[in-house]
Design a binder for this molecule. Sequence first.
Ligand code: KIV
Ligand code: ZN
Length: 504
Amino acid sequence: MEKNNRLIVFDTTLRDGEQTPGVNLNLQEKIEIAKQLEALGVDVIEAGFPASSNGDFEAVQGVAQSVSCSVAALCRCVISDIERGWEAVKNSKKPRIHVFIATSEIHMKYKLKMKQDDVFKQAVDCVRFAKSLCDDVEFSCEDASRSEPEFLYKILTAVIDAGASTVNIPDTVGYKITNEFGEFIAGIKRNVPNIEKAVISVHCHNDLGLAVANTIVALQNGARQIETTINGIGERAGNCSMEEVIMAITTRKDILHIPHNIDTTAIYRTAKRVSKLTGVPIPICKPIVGDNAFAHESGVHQHGVLANPLTYEIMTPESVGKTESTLVLGKLSGRHAFAAHIKTLNYELDKNGLESAFLRFKDLADKKKKITDDDIEALISNRTQDVRETYRLESFQLQTGNKIKSLAGITLSYKDNEYTETAVGDGPVNAAYNAITKIIGGEWPLSAYEIKAVTEGRDALGEVTVRIKKYDRIFVGKGVSHDVIAASILAYINAVNRAEESQR
Ligand code: KIV
Ligand code: ZN
C-alpha cells in the first residue's frame, strides 16, 4: 500500500456480527456498541439491514443519529430495499448505502435463479439508483471469490461507472487460500480499467481460519478498505477479526506500512463490551483479547519475560488497553464519583439507568471490599431496563443438598400481579428454572449455560449467560449477582423477556 493511503476500517459487528446465531441486539445495545466503535476510531459502521425488519430499521436510524463517523445500511439490489436503507441513514452525518448481489454461478443459479445478464443489469440499475440518493455508495458482489473473474471485472467496471465509490470483494464462504486470494485481488486491480476511481474493499469469512491472513494479503495487493467485526463474530465461523488484523498491521508496520485511525488502546475494552452485550464469550486463547493472550505459564518463558518482555512478547498488553483491573471505588463513594467514573469507561447512562446502576453498586459495596472496573462494567451491563421486563423476579427460596432433590420456590410479577410456583430439579438452578417455566407456561428449552467470575477472589461477582430456544430462534440472557443462583435466575428471566420482546 502506498504511504498516506490510509486504511479504511469498515466495521460490520452490528450487521454481519449480529448474524451470529443467538445474537439479538436491541436499539440501546446497538447504539452503545456504535459509540464504543467510534471511540475506537473505525471509519464506517455498518449498522444493519433496514429492509429486513422494523427493529433493524430503527436500530440503523438510531445509530445513524448517534455517531459522527460514516454509517452504512446494507440493502439487496432491490429498489425498495435501497429506499428503506436510505430512509434509515439519510440523517447521518456521513451516510453510505451498501448494495449487494451474488455473482457466482452457484448463487445466481440456485439462490437468485437469474442469468448473468440479469444480475449485471440489476446491479448497475441499483447502484445508479442508490447514487441518485446518496453520494457514498458501496457495491458488493456476494460470493465474489467463487465468481468467474471475467464476469467480476465486467460488473465492477460497470458499477464504478454507475457511481460506486467502493467495490467490496467478499470471500463469503471463507474459501480462498491466502496466496490465491492475493492474486485474485491483484487480478481485479489489473483488469478493471476504472478501478482507480473506487476503493477496493475485502470482506473475508473465517471458515478455514484464514480471514485475517486473506485480509492482509488483499491489502498487500491493492485493497484499501477492510470489513471486520470485533472478536471476529459473524455467520458460521465468523468474520475477519478487527483486533487481530489491526494488531498485525501495527506490530509489523516495518513491512506493511499501512497507517490507520484505530486507537489500539481501546481494543480490549471494546472486545469485552461486545462480548458482554452479545453474550458471545471470548475464547481464552483468542489472539490479542483472550485471557491467555499475554499470560506466560512456563518457567523459561516467565524468566525471559522478566529479564526482557520482548523475549516472548511481540506487543505489550498495554498497547491493546489490557491493564490490571484496579480498585476504583469503595463503599463511601457517592453518586458524583460513581457518575464521573463510569464516564471514563465510556458509558452513557440516562438518569434512571445511572440511579439503578448506583443502587446496584451500593449493594455490591456492602458485600465486596474491593470494587474494580470489571465489577462496574458487569453491574452496568446487567441492565434489565434495556429489555422490557415482561416478567420480573420478586423473590426466590431454595432447599438443596447432596442427598436430596433440590426444591425451588419462585415469585415473579407479570402485569402487576404476582405468581408463585414451586418445583423440584436436579440441582438448585434446574429446580428454579422448572419453577419459572411453570409460571410462564410452555416450553423454554435451555441450549447453553455458562457461569464465570467477574474478578478474582471469593467475593467475586458471578456472571451467568444462558441461551434458550424459542420461536425458532435462540435468545441470550445475562444475569450478574453476588449470588450465583440469583445470577442464574436473572439470566433465564432476561432471556425469556428478550424472547417476549421479539414478539411485539
Ligand atoms: O459475506 C458476504 O458476502 C456479505 C455481503 C452481504 C457483503 O456479508
Ligand atoms: Zn459476510
